[in-house]
Design a protein around this ligand. Structure first.
Ligand SMILES: [Zn+2]
Length: 195
């Protein structure tokens, strides 16, 4: 199915009266686009399509674990992610690099500033991530892919860049320029306030 309001509305119209598990490829597709339900499709037991008594509009409803149906927005199934900045998408694209770095650090994990062992976060030590992003984008060859091609991270809802040269180059650039340290949440917040 094409990702447009007309196509989705027509398809839902054709499903009026449907009441069953969302197992067909079309249903999987529709729910996989919803920012809140994409990561929870497996929890949805039944879906149904009805007309609202109030204004005759189409209603898409879900039920989980035999509980009551509730209405979700089918418009949201075709809407772009909320936090759609390029910076957010570029941060999302390198998130796995910081997670891998953290997992490889010898234990015990301690805050580099106060030695606290709790609520540790990966901080960009040296060049801030924002500067690395800006410097990468200033190189004229690095043009971000068109927004219509972006997706989103089903777990965090962060915007996600499509596969391709831009994201590949960005990941390579970031991994050669980033340096990290572990900071506890409070020291990281204090550092953020200073910059
Ligand atoms: Zn600390």
């Amino acid at each position: 199915m094409e990702r447009s309001i007309t196509v989705l509305r027509n398809w839902l119209e054709s499903q009026l009266g449907f009441n069953g598990p969302p197992t067909s490829p079309e249903w999987q597709l529709v729910l996989s686009w919803h920012p809140s339900w994409a990561a929870r499709i497996h929890e949805v037991q039944t879906v149904r399509v009805r007309r609202s008594r109030l204004n005759n509009s189409i209603q898409l409803q879900l039920s989980m674990n035999g509980r009551r149906y509730f209405t979700i927005s089918w418009h949201a199934c075709i809407s772009p992610p909320k936090e759609g900045s390029l910076e957010a998408a570029m941060r999302e694209a390198i998130g796995y690099q910081t997670r891998i770095w953290k997992a490889r650090q010898p234990k015990p994990w301690l805050c580099a500033t106060c030695r606290s062992p709790t609520l540790l976060q990966v901080d960009h030590n040296g060049t801030p991530l924002k500067t690395i992003i800006d410097t990468f984008l200033e190189q004229s060859a690095n043009t971000a892919p068109d927004r219509s091609l972006w997706g989103f991270n089903a777990r965090t809802h962060a915007p996600r860049l499509p596969k391709g040269a831009f994201v590949q180059n960005w990941r390579a650039y970031h991994s050669t320029h980033a340096q990290y340290q572990l900071l506890c949440r409070s020291c990281n917040a204090k550092k953020g306030a200073r910059v």
